[in-house]
Design a protein around this ligand. Structure first.
Ligand code: GDP
Ligand code: IMO
Ligand code: MG
Length: 423
């Protein structure tokens, strides 16, 4: 059991990047298994801040090998931007990063299809990141995709055939394509492909399994969060991949019985970007205070994140689906100056209390049932050990552990690598 998985339990942006970076010294391989540049994983250390989109968050800690797995969708143009930024900040990657031949490529026309799909949905739009994620996964499933390994085969021919198909689809949707902008995007994309070629394309399933056989430890990094999972999230307001633990098996080619720890990461409260149900969302000054204290603005799109109290109905569901063995609570410091902390323990739907996450979450009126706990009213960002935790904070941790049935093994009290406390 040499593979551990770290994934988000809420609607994304829980702080996955930060914790993967913190845990990397314990591992030899760090692998992203799904999603694409819709992700924005933020890391802070030595006074600098980095945002990673497609590159795993294990690249800053020594010479660990990082892998972009087959389950990922990769945009060469954005990949190049990321690589160039990292190189400029003194982090060249060539030796440390390898890319699965089976990962799918996001084409410039996938982005246009993303925009066209959103426009067609009108008021019911998903609020996607606009990175072409949905159309690329759609092509993968409908067996029309273009893969990283194709770059080494008859690439030009395959690319053109797919592009033509996309342009026909866009015309059918009545979407007007700006040809000059597309030509510019294609030129950048081809430069991105050239950049990708400076990295090794591998059969990552063989590479990873060989390492596991040799007893080396692997950390799998999830993107997005369980409530955005294509099967189990708040459908249709979800992303287009399996963000859950099982996604690590299909997104890397590893067997379920190899998986050891499942780190489930959550914020001490709750946020969401884009549209869709969010039962504990706050529209008042309390929600605004969470947004201000937590700097809750998207790292990819800059959109203000919707904020609310922790939702234990959704979290219990996420713990169950993922088989979480260890919980990690992030952004505890954001609640440092709240008189009272609320936690949603059930939903009231049509006058009835419900504790299981409902199928029709999208269409029913949900009233959260809250438990109230005292706030700790103590700054926590400087704390180094759990011995310093205020009593009310320990009370909140114990309450959550009892509700979720899993121990909270790490608590984060600030964005920096150092502001991480193991319990
Ligand atoms: P990810 O997508 O799950 O990696 O999370 P993001 O990077 O999108 O969002 C998390 C944000 O919270 C980033 O800006 C982090 O720097 C920041 N962050 C992470 N942990 C903490 C914490 O414990 N306290 C505070 N205040 N900020 C944190
Ligand atoms: P990380 O990895 C938060 C959301 C979008 C939208 C929905 C579908 O940083 O936690 P998509 O572009 O994937 O088709 O958009 O999913 N979304 C995220 N929200 N964090 C993310 O990633 C997200 N990736 C996608 O806002 O609601
Ligand atoms: Mg993020």
């Amino acid at each position: 059991m040499n593979i551990d998985v770290l994934l988000g339990l809420q609607w994304g942006d829980e702080g996955k990047g930060k914790v993967v970076d913190v845990l990397t010294p314990n591992y030899e391989l760090v692998c992203r298994f799904q999603g694409g540049p819709n992700a924005g994983h933020t890391l802070e250390f030595e006074g600098k801040k980095y945002v990673l989109r497609s590159i795993p968050s294990g690249i800053f800690q020594g010479n660990k090998v990082n892998i972009i797995g087959n389950g990922v969708v990769l945009d060469p143009a954005l990949f190049k931007v990321e690589v160039d930024q990292l190189a400029a900040s003194g982090h060249p990657l060539t030796e440390r990063l390898k890319i699965s031949k089976k990962a799918h490529l996001i084409m410039p026309t996938h982005r246009l299809l993303d925009a066209a799909n959103e426009a067609a949905k009108g008021a019911g739009k998903i609020g996607t990141t606009g990175k072409g994620i949905g159309p690329t996964y759609t092509d993968k499933i409908s067996r029309n995709g273009l893969r990283v390994g194709d770059i080494q085969l008859n690439f030009e021919e395959k690319y053109q055939a797919r592009k033509e198909r996309h342009l026909q689809m866009l015309a059918q949707m009545g979407y007007e394509v700006d040809q000059a902008a597309l030509a510019q995007a294609e030129a950048e994309w081809m430069e991105g492909v050239a950049c990708m070629k400076t990295f090794e394309f591998i059969d990552s399933e063989h590479y990873i399994n060989k390492h596991i056989k040799e007893g080396r430890k692997v950390l799998c990094e999830g993107a997005q969060g369980t409530m955005l999972d294509i099967d189990f999230g708040s459908y249709p307001f979800v992303t287009s991949s399996n963000t859950i633990c099982a996604g690590a098996c299909t997104g890397l080619g590893v067997a379920p019985q190899r998986i050891g720890k499942v780190y489930g990461i959550f914020k001490a409260y709750c946020t969401r970007v884009g549209s869709g149900p969010f039962p504990t969302e706050l529209f008042d000054e309390v929600g605004q205070k969470m947004r201000d204290n937590g700097h809750e603005y998207g790292s990819v799109t800059g959109r203000p994140r919707r904020c609310g109290w922790i939702d234990l109905v959704a979290l219990r569901y996420a713990v169950m689906i993922n088989g979480v063995t260890d919980l990690i609570m992030m952004k505890s410091d954001v609640l440092d100056d709240f008189e009272c902390i609320k936690a949603c323990v059930a939903y009231k739907i049509n006058g009835e209390e419900v504790e299981d996450f409902p199928f029709d979450i999208d269409s029913v009126e949900v009233e959260p049932v809250y438990a109230e706990l005292p706030g700790w009213n103590t700054p926590m960002s400087h704390m180094k050990s759990e011995d310093e935790f205020p009593e009310e904070f320990n009370q909140y941790l114990s309450f959550l552990e009892a509700e979720l049935g899993v121990n909270i093994s790490i608590v984060s009290v600030g964005p920096d690598r150092e502001q991480t406390i193991e319990r």
